[in-house]
Ligand binder design. Structure first.
Ligand code: T46
Length: 142
């Protein structure tokens, strides 16, 4: 099993006019993209997330500004600072995530493998731990 912090590098395609990054499903992004959303205008001192997804895969990239993401698979907790438009964080299913330290200019773009489904969310940490189970853990992450 890989570590929790898995980066995806997006090659910058810029020229003398400026920069450009292309995100393509099943190429630069390791799944077919069904949904795109972005978080912006997060108020100072506010933290977000505090949930896991049963099935969803996501790649998050800070296109401007920065934030810090904590990932927890029930065994270990790791954190990553997202501060580059050319590098995304691959977040697998059955990983608890918390997002902190949003800069006022932060725009966090998220590419998702599935359409929005509230039933896919686990918003209670105790429930998350219980769904991970013991031996079930090995099968839980895609
Ligand atoms: C995640 C982190 C990184 C929708 O109606 N459609 C959507 O596609 C999304 C993402 C959210 N919503 C609704 C659900 C809530 O009523 O928008 C509201 C805010 O969502 P939430 O409280 O889940 O936002 P965050 O910032 O805590 O988490 C979001 C994503 O929901 C989540 O999948 O992994 O960003």
């Amino acid at each position: 099993m890989t570590g929790l912090v898995e980066w995806v590098d997006f090659p910058p395609l810029g020229d003398e006019r400026g920069s450009l990054v292309a995100l393509e499903g099943q190429k630069t992004v390791p799944f077919a993209i069904r949904r795109v959303y972005y978080l912006f205008g997060t108020k100072e001192g506010v933290s977000r997330g505090f949930h896991a997804h049963r099935n969803l895969l996501q790649v998050a990239v800070c296109v401007t500004g920065s934030c810090r993401i904590v990932l927890d698979d029930g065994r270990s907790r790791e954190e990553a600072v997202l501060d580059s438009p050319t590098r995304g964080l691959f977040i697998r299913n059955m990983v608890w995530r918390e997002m902190h330290d949003f800069t006022p200019d932060c725009v966090l773009l998220v590419l998702a493998s599935e359409h929005y489904d509230e039933a896919d969310y686990i918003r209670d940490y105790g429930q998350f731990r219980s769904e991970l189970g013991g031996d079930a853990y090995a099968q839980a992450r895609r």
